[in-house]
Ligand binder design. Structure first.
Ligand SMILES: Cc1ncc(COP(=O)(O)O)c(C=O)c1O
Length: 405
């Protein structure tokens, strides 16, 4: 740290220069990590709400009672979206990973109550790395099973892998690598037959699938209406268009939610209670999530989804029209991967990188991956034109590896 402080102007100038070297959050050249809404009115509201709650702390709901009420309302709103039954409940967390961690912790405790020492997480290979992280943190074992020919979890392959140590079966609704829906009903039935948990990862889908359903699209059953689903994670900071730091983890059974809560009083300053990993919890993402959900409502989100799916259809057919390119599986929403037997798509990605795009690289099958947001509507034609050019004029791949983070 410097001895003397710097002027505010100096600090802002340096940050501005640094941010110019990074991809812009708003201009539609990133495909994941950020979810630009193209709604300045929404962003202005969120900025103002965030400013007001910047220094708050959600750790103590007895001091910040109103903030706690906002959090309860966000949980209830997301619970309604995913049809959590009466009595079910959960908490807000900092993101999808923390929501998944909390669910795996609860599932571990359920298994430990049955006397299992090293409980297993049974997950499709397309499941998010957060499950591996949970296994690593919580002394569990991650057991992978393969996908079917449609790049969905293969239930027939999962069934023989259930052992007395299996704590939970994972289903993605939908998956990050391919945007495809796992067969939640069959996986939940498998879990229920063995009396174990079924976690549905709707970190992306939680704010997509309910609005696709509103639009009358064909959405296979995936939420708490499916018997046997015990936990669902849904992120407000993805397609809920809230800034980072806002996810919800919901449990069907309130008793098991209790296992997520940490209570401690063996120290000199009284009872310490905390519902998730973090101790001090930022207030701003809670207030921002509350504001976004209340500002948009079901109608606002559904209209945004209608526009987004038009962009998805345009990009998807533009990709499918390119010679040798093929969309992987049948993605249900705004996330899609594409592959090719004839075109070196990593070389194509190099050309796209040089033109300022940031397409994601997938390793299996080797190919490219996009997560589309409303901001992509304005750049879809340019994106497809550049992709057409890159497919026709790429050289050797520079060997850039696939990197999610
Ligand atoms: C399907 C899925 N689950 C979980 C996560 C983890 O969410 P987060 O990055 O908010 O921790 C992601 C992130 O993209 C995801 O796509």
């Amino acid at each position: 740290m410097r001895k003397e402080g710097r002027s505010a102007e100096d600090i802002l100038t340096e940050l501005e220069q640094g941010q110019r070297r990074e991809p812009s959050v708003h201009d539609g050249r990133l495909f994941g990590l950020v979810y630009p809404s193209s709604r300045p009115d929404l962003e202005e509201l969120i900025a103002e709400v965030t400013r007001r709650y910047l220094f708050g702390n959600a750790l103590n709901p007895f001091k910040f009672t109103e903030l706690a009420a906002l959090e309860r309302q966000v949980i209830a709103a997301v619970g309604a979206l995913v049809n959590v039954p009466q009595g079910g409940g959960g908490t807000m967390t900092s993101g999808g990973t923390e929501s998944i961690l909390m669910s795996m912790l609860v599932n571990r405790e359920r298994a430990r109550a049955r006397g299992i020492d090293r409980p297993q997480i049974l997950a499709p290979v397309s499941a998010h790395p957060a499950y591996a992280k949970a296994a690593h943190y919580f002394g569990m074992e991650l057991v992978h099973f393969p996908l079917d020919s449609g790049y969905r979890a293969d239930v027939l392959a999962a069934a023989p892998l259930v052992t007395p140590a299996t704590a939970v079966v994972v289903a993605s609704a939908f998956s990050y690598p391919y945007g495809t829906m796992d067969p939640v009903s069959s996986l939940a039935t498998l879990a229920a037959e063995h009396g174990i948990g079924c976690h549905v990862d709707a970190c992306i889908g939680g704010f997509v699938l309910p609005f696709l359903e509103q639009l009358g699209r064909d959405v296979p059953p995936w939420d708490f209406r499916v018997d046997g689903v015990t936990e669902i994670s849904a992120d407000v900071h993805k397609y809920g268009y809230c800034p980072k730091g806002a996810s919800v983890i919901l449990h069907r059974d309130p008793d098991w939610f209790g296992h997520q809560v940490f209570l401690y009083d063996d120290w000199p300053s009284g009872l310490y209670g905390s519902p998730a990993m973090a101790g001090a919890r930022p207030a701003a993402p809670i207030a921002a999530a509350w504001a976004a959900i209340n500002y948009l409502g079901v109608e606002g989100y559904t209209e945004m989804m209608r526009g987004l799916m038009e962009t998805v259809a345009k990009v998807r057919s533009g990709i499918e029209e390119l010679p040798g390119l093929e969309v992987v599986g049948d993605p249900i929403g705004p996330v899609l991967a594409f592959r090719s037997d004839r075109v070196d798509l990593f070389a194509v990605a190099d050309v796209m990188d040089d033109r300022g795009w940031n397409l994601n690289r997938n390793t299996s099958p080797p190919g490219l991956h996009v997560m589309l947001s409303p901001a992509h509507a304005d750049v879809a034609d340019e994106l497809l034109a550049d992709l057409r050019f890159a497919v026709a004029h790429h050289g050797e791949s520079r060997g850039t590896e696939a990197r999610y983070s």
